[in-house]
Design a protein around this ligand. Sequence first.
Ligand SMILES: C[S@@+](CC[C@H](N)C(=O)[O-])C[C@H]1O[C@@H](n2cnc3c(N)ncnc32)[C@H](O)[C@@H]1O
Length: 270
Amino acid sequence: MRVVAGNDTVLQQFGAEATARRVEALYLTPDVAQQRETTLAELALRPGERVLDVGCGPGLLAESAAAAVGAAGAVCGVDLSPPMVALARRRCAHLPWVAFEVADAVALPGAAERFDAVTCTQVLEYVPDVERALDELRRVLRPGGRLALVDTDWESCVWASADIDRMRRMLAAWDSHCAHPQLPRVLGPMLARHGFRVEKVAAVAIVNAMDASNTYSEGMMAMIAEHAVRRESVEEFDARAWLDDLRDRISRGEAFFSLDRHLFLATRLP
Ligand SMILES: C[S@@+](CC[C@H](N)C(=O)[O-])C[C@H]1O[C@@H](n2cnc3c(N)ncnc32)[C@H](O)[C@@H]1O
């Protein structure tokens, strides 16, 4: 569905299935593919390992993890959203050592200490009780097992725009789209309190400059505009003008967007 073209409205209603497909399209962009590559390279999965991907979304990371561990290993993905799990199952149907189920990060299914590695990328910032989720991630990891977390600090978002005050209003409105829009800055001490040793913290930047078509930021623009209007924190004409400006910049090859996500690698202490 196109958003804000011609006379249509910024405010579109998307069901859970349509939302899942939009997130899938966003996560297929080269920007997010690069993030998955970096995360898996740092995690250094080995053939035969058992991996859990919490908040697996459309199963893109699970699919890559499956290639790394091979048929002698196992990959399990869980997500709160049934349409996401359906997309993930479809994507990995040809990989019999991959399985998905609907579950909440704060109440993971199954026995303790059964995974060698756990990934949870772009999920914890949506979970109201992060501390409980960390307890669950620790419970299912074996002692010495590796955890990879990725979350965004939305305050790091920089976008070239004709109107800096309007841009600030849009990003302030977007802050309410998740429970913890600046989670990375507190994750290190939280991990330490929950029985992990933090091995590495690295920025995973997304930069879309000049020609920003088929990028993460292009995919995000409509979602941010819809959210701001739905929450009634920004007037529709304001959100439309913001979108038009960003789209003009893309069509002129003059876009600039930068956002920092942070990758935390940790080991489960005994
Ligand atoms: C931005 S997507 C990231 C998807 C995937 N991890 C990736 O990086 O490609 C966030 C995902 O987290 C899921 N999610 C949000 N809260 C959750 C929770 N409490 N438990 C499990 N999954 C959750 C959403 O349904 C969505 O699929």
